[in-house]
Design a protein around this ligand. Structure first.
Ligand code: LER
Ligand code: MN
Length: 271
């Protein structure tokens, strides 16, 4: 059975991003619960931006799970990436992600590495940047083991990174490096751009997929674009995917309607 989640971003600097809710935490959680989501995916400025006690109280009150925590603020707010050529910046990026992992682990939630992976910049060889990423993920894979949580790595489309853009490359990278606690994020928006056949790619890499970002072709809530969603939902269900399907989409036309449209689509495609 798939579990549903909705994104809540509490970082003013990324307010224009693909997040359904982006204002008051409690209000957003109340709405998520009322609409029937199982969990929330949270984007905060740091691992201590929200008190864990307050979050626990709200999760209990609204009977919601913490599905995952996003680490993107590490790049957007703090200028950190795991593949920066400056080793001090890489160390700070690892420390930032460790802190986010600890924040999530208190609720058994994995952290997501998306934009924090960075990119190979002009002058760096692609292989060198991939080696830096592997080195950082090795440390974080071990940290995930010590916390008893997974860590989620997200291939992004070519306009956001030049490191890994599709599921096959990311799965091969995980296998080559023998990471034991790192799963992949299938973001249906990125996959719409990068995969020749998203359904075949999900089927082939299903063992690695630990989280799904649910968005349409244009990154609007599912139903507002042209992705053929039924075959994607079918392959996830047929192959026993039991993680979260989390709405990471633009709050279009507004957060409430975007959340309502997402719930309608989840019911339509996953039953
Ligand atoms: C993060 O989950 C993601 O998909 C990125 O494209 C956001 O910038
Ligand atoms: Mn995503």
């Amino acid at each position: 059975m798939i579990k549903s989640a909705v994104t809540i971003a509490l970082v003013p600097q990324i307010k224009t991003g693909p997040w359904i809710f982006w204002e008051n935490l409690e209000e957003s959680m109340r709405k998520a619960a009322e609409m029937g989501f199982d969990g929330i995916e949270l984007f905060t400025a740091s691992g201590d931006a929200i008190s864990s006690e307050i979050l626990k109280k709200l999760l209990d009150q609204y009977k919601l799970q913490l599905a995952a925590v996003g680490t993107g603020a590490g790049k957007v707010v703090h200028g950190l990436t795991l593949t920066d050529t400056n080793s001090a910046i890489r160390e700070n990026a690892i420390a930032f992600i460790k802190e986010m992992m600890e924040f999530g682990a208190a609720f058994s939630a994995p952290a997501i590495i998306g934009s924090m992976q960075g990119s190979a910049v002009q002058g760096d060889s692609h292989g060198y940047s991939i080696a830096l990423l592997a080195e950082a993920l090795d440390v974080l894979d071990q940290h995930a083991a010590s916390l008893g949580v997974k860590l989620i790595y997200e291939p992004l489309n070519r306009y956001e990174t030049n490191l890994m853009n599709n599921m096959d490359d990311a799965a091969a990278f995980i296998e080559q490096n023998k990471f034991k606690n790192i799963t992949l994020l299938a973001d249906l928006f990125h996959m719409n751009i990068e995969e020749a056949d998203p359904v075949a790619s999900i089927q082939k890499n299903i063992e690695h997929i630990g989280h799904v970002h649910f968005a349409d072709s244009n990154r609007k809530p599912v139903g507002f674009g042209h992705t053929a969603m039924q075959p994607i939902a079918n392959v996830l269900m047929e192959y026993g995917y039991d993680g979260y399907v989390s709405a990471e989409a633009f709050p279009w036309p507004d957060p409430d309607q975007a959340a309502a449209q997402t719930i309608r689509s989840l019911k339509q495609f996953f039953t």
